[in-house]
Design a binder for this molecule. Sequence first.
Ligand code: FAD
Length: 304
Amino acid sequence: MVGAGLKSFFLFLSQSRALNRAAKKWGLRFGASRFVAGKTIAEAVAKVKQLNEAGLICTLDHLGEFVTSRAEAEEATDYCIKTLEAIAKAGVTSNLSLKLTQLGLDLDESLCETNMRRILNTARRHRNFVRIDMEDYSRCKKTLDLLRKLRRDYSNVGTVIQAYLHRSEQDVANLKGVPLRLVKGAYKESPDVAYSQKAEVDHNFKRLIEAHLQTGTYTAIATHDDAIIAFVKQLVAEKGISHDRFEFQMLYGIRSDTQRALAAEGYTMRVYVPYGSDWYGYFMRRLAERPANVAFVVKGMFSR
Ligand code: FAD
């Protein structure tokens, strides 16, 4: 009950535009640096280098919320391009993750497509890959439609499928040949479109993992859940699926010991590394996910 209350409280705080604006002027506060790799590209790339040295590969995400103008969408696009260039220049092992709403999906779909093409051209020049994160259900169809269009011209783009959505089994079947990241799903969705019970989501997650791994296309399994990780390990061993056909992914700052342990066992482990001055909403959502993390915030407030 307390957990559910705190979850709603942090989700509520995550939506505050006033706090979001204020936080941009601050440095990373309240222990946010546990989950956000820095405010600048240079800081984020330095963290990626450290993670690479520890045997982990990465995906960088330039954080951004509430894009309301073409200029902001273009600025976010420029950040993505600069991030790809910084990755190439530093010679670190990282690809890029982004959200289409940052690039103007809600403002003008053709602007968003143009911005994606600019980013994918840069990624192609540097032989890198771009993953389109999946947002809430209202953007799912638009995201997959644009992805299909982009895939006609670019092989270096993939997306994310959420196990809580009823439609996902069909989406995985329709997206043959597209590298997918499979996740449980992070948004609050209606029971009309999504499973609401953990057991149902977990069951569907396992089915999607098995279905996509068996297509032979590269699969990323993004989870902190030991039961799902154990399922994947057993499945690939039983089916003889080699370790270069899939990877595990986890968020920066979450279960870092498990990340290193999986890498040491010989699995590919990719860390999702967010950075940027727009850290506030992302940080609040991590607290909502696991109110136990609040202990870090309280400590952070008193140690600064
Ligand atoms: P859960 O059932 O939430 O957690 C299982 C266990 O993991 C918990 O019992 C706990 O032991 C541990 N754990 C979980 N969270 C924490 C924490 N914060 N701190 C410490 N331990 C923890 N969702 C989307 O909708 N779209 C996306 O594009 C997307 N991309 C993602 C990319 C990556 C790399 C990851 C890891 C997640 C992404 N997600 C995305 C979020 C995802 O959908 C889930 O909301 C999130 O991963 C929590 O689910 P879980 O599988 O980790 O399992």
